[in-house]
Design a protein around this ligand. Structure first.
Ligand SMILES: Cc1cc2nc3c(=O)[nH]c(=O)nc-3n(C[C@H](O)[C@H](O)[C@H](O)COP(=O)(O)O)c2cc1C
Length: 323
């Protein structure tokens, strides 16, 4: 009853466990499957993390690395250590799980991204999620250039791998509609709307930078709902809901807006793996009450293309609500 198709993959539930703390080891991945998840996205491999760890190691071992060939060898083998570790997790997940396993790569350098992706593809990843999050903080670079870079990245990524490819993005683009359509034109199979980025904070006692909570709250799903509602009927690719999806009712909303699937993280961190089963049961009960026997029957029912009421998704002020 809950079968759906995402990135061309057949899922038995629209609830996917998103890349993060719950998808970084084999035991936890198995729990996701047992709890009823439709797929899992492995915790991202981060190029910036690898590079900073490798340079810290190189600094520690500087006296042994005086010859440039030793330095190059050390650097290469340290990087391989991280990639091999990720490939081991991916291989174990593919062996242990029967649901699709999606690898996630965060790299701002194209050559690194392609190298990782090709290796993960060879290990049997069912799809690759490109975790793309540039912070456009250089005031001399216009928005159009930021967008062009993202589109070029997606195009090259698409050309270099043959498994399905999704891109997970934030919502800080000057024209989300345009960039989503450009990803679609580039042949990307899906976009995850939206990643929830690290948010800085400040401790006013110690005068230090800190991190605010990485967990979302249940009222954060609105932006994903808006953009899925606006764009799902306009693009061929799948739009997957993410951020602030904490219960089955919100999953149903995302599907009504046009998402074939959603990714969740905080809900499981806060309520345990059983929340996946609770979401599945809620969706099933809701479908029975409304007379639907498949997800496809109500997917996109309230998307702007279907209702012709795009203005309701587009409205940004409360004027009509107040009246
Ligand atoms: C501790 C933590 C680690 C995360 N690590 C990653 C990651 O490696 N890659 C990624 O794409 N998203 C990562 N995320 C983001 C989640 O996948 C998800 O996009 C975000 O938490 C919003 O979904 P939610 O509201 O269901 O939590 C992480 C989230 C948390 C809380």
């Amino acid at each position: 009853m809950l079968n759906t198709e995402y990135l061309g993959l057949k899922l038995k539930s629209p609830v996917i466990v998103s890349s993060g703390p719950l998808t970084q080891n084999a035991v936890s991945l198995k729990k996701c499957e047992e709890a009823g998840a439709g797929a899992v996205v492995l915790k991202s491999i981060f190029e910036e993390q690898i590079e900073s760890d490798v340079s810290a190691e190189m600094e520690k071992n500087a006296e042994f690395l005086q010859h440039s060939s030793a330095e190059g060898f050390f650097e290469e083998s340290s990087k391989n250590y991280y990639i091999d570790r990720y490939m081991k997790l991916l291989t174990a997940a593919k062996k242990e799980l029967s649901i699709p396993v999606i690898a996630s790569i965060s790299a701002m350098r194209m050559d690194s991204w392609i190298e990782y992706a090709k290796r993960f593809e060879a290990c049997g990843a069912d799809a690759i999620e490109l975790n793309y999050y540039p912070i456009a903080s250089d005031a001399s670079v216009p928005g159009s250039e930021v967008d062009e870079k993202a589109i070029e990245f997606a195009e090259i990524a698409r050309k270099n791998i043959s498994v399905p490819l999704s891109i997970k993005i934030g919502y800080k683009y000057s024209s989300l509609a345009n960039i989503i359509r450009s990803f679609d034109k580039a042949g990307i199979d899906g976009a995850v709307l939206f990643n929830r980025f690290f948010r800085p904070d400040i401790d006013t006692e110690t005068l230090e930078f800190t991190a605010s909570s990485p967990s979302s709250s249940p009222d954060e799903y609105g932006e994903a709902l808006r953009w899925i509602g606006l764009m799902s009927g306009e693009v061929k690719m799948d739009l997957c809901g993410n951020t602030g999806i904490h219960d089955g009712n919100t999953v149903v909303k995302m599907i009504l807006a046009g998402a074939p699937a959603v990714e969740i993280c905080t809900a499981i961190v806060k309520k345990g793996f059983s929340v996946i089963g609770e979401m599945n049961s809620f969706i099933e009960d809701w479908m029975k009450r409304h007379g639907y026997s498949s997800i496809n029957e109500f997917k996109g029912l309230l998307a702007q293309e279907k209702t012709g009421e795009g203005y309701k998704w587009e409205r940004t002020q409360f004027l009509k609500t107040i009246n």
